[in-house]
Design a protein. Sequence first.
Length: 585
Amino acid sequence: MRKLLMMMAAVLMAVTVKAQSPMILGENHAMLRLQQGTKYLLLPVQEKEEIAHIAVLDSRNELVKRLNVRLAVDKVDYFVPFEIKNGQLLDVTFQGDRRKTGAVKDFACWKEMKYSDTFDTANRERFRPLYHHTPLYGWMNDPNGMFYKDGVWHLYYQYNPYGSQWENMTWGHSTSRDLIHWEAQPLAIETDWLGAIFSGSAIVDKDNTAGFGSNAVIAMYTSAGAAQTQSIAYSADGGQTFTKYAGNPVITFNAPDFRDPKVFWHEGTKRWIVVLAVGQEVQFYSSKDLKEWKYESSFGREYGNHDGVWECPDLFELGVRSEALGVNGSSSARQLLTSNSSLLTQKKWVLLLNINPGGPFGGSATQYFVGQFDGHKFTCEDNPSETKWMDYGKDHYATVTFHNAPEGRFVALPWMSNWQYANQVPTQQFRSANGLPRDLGLTTVGGETYLTSTPSKEVTALRGKKVKQPTEACEIVVDVKGTASITLMNAKGEQVVMRYDAQKQTFTMDRTKSGDVSFSEAFPCETTAPTFGTVKQLRIFIDRCSIEAFDGEGRMAMSNLVFPQQPYNIIKVKGGKATIYQIKN
């Protein structure tokens, strides 16, 4: 027993041992030689502080990487792990006026740094969702490189491992077998001397067109350094680890905003196509081997919303739902149409285009265009002055689809936040979640084609037993009869009010009194969406800090964050009947 206690004490010492004193080299400059024998140095973060620039040097004093971390000056908000390699030296440069913050030698970061063999990722956040994907810790924004292979969904994402605000962009990685329960994987692609690893996509090269092997996973991403260029990396182990191509970058262009490549195979021309966001337009390039690319065309200067920078494009072909069956067909008929393209009377191409700012209620949002693509040029059928929004909430952005999804499905996944306040939402262990996965389709209303978004069948499989009152994680199905209102409340008086106006054919969600709205003036708001026809059923998904509403036909979607002090456990419905399902973990 004594021996066991001594072993436990040794482990605890390894977890809590403090770092040695730094070498102070000036009023804004210090160095720290890392001790060996433990896996991590736990870096103390204070979010209000300015970024400290850290150069990581190896045992030969060669530069290995650069980090930007908000090192604690007078208090610690949380810790982040830095993995220790042999003989490393941290060269730290602080910013700001030290007359206000004090002497560098007295900063809290030096007193609180710890060496550890482990890093605790147990949830410490009451707003961490129960059935939406989140990173274990740190910052997350755009979904990247999503693909399906051998029964596994792969989700990469813009990730900061060294803090819960945007910085140090790399590709994080999670995997799932059901689109709901996700397992965190090691970092996939990290910063190099071409720049940070910005958004991009990944494909399964089943025919070895790139020469990296049959069924190799090829990722294409933006290298964001002094310029934004496009690079590729390949994986021979199903997307777990990547090797960067020696010939990077593979596409360059003289523009400051040139990013977010989305790659897909165009069967008609037997070539790979990549669509890139370039300022306020998109550009199309083609390639036979994913290495040598030819410019094809541009689109967008006269179309859609131009109030912000265009980002994160996607392009795919969908069948249009048969008007003969009507937009209000049975759910089984809708599912059959979604999964069986032979029953769809016509095919059209959809260009997703995320924009920031310029969303319908401020900040970031996802617009789309419908038309045809011949492998060279996208021809839009929409009115140039028209803007079609994929989701009318405040918190739906950077939406792209999975490559190689089964059953011919096009499954989209959004980032569930808004650049107006994403860095300030009231969490710290992590920031940001993905929205629900959505199966996409096309329907015709009044002779015009619109994109539909329906919660994926994997979401419906989460339904548990029926309950009488809402919980912190539930689905509410409301069968409406004309104009209806749904109010969610808690004992604190916090509430979210949703209204369907049958005459105006609109759906509104008011979160102005939803809970904590103090962290940003842009957060309290009311959002309104057109329903493009009569709504007979609403599906409302609640998960701790979010409410996502869909009409039963998928013609309307609205995603909004909420931060109530207590879960909403009271519901009042007028003009309809609600059925509440628990969400199974």
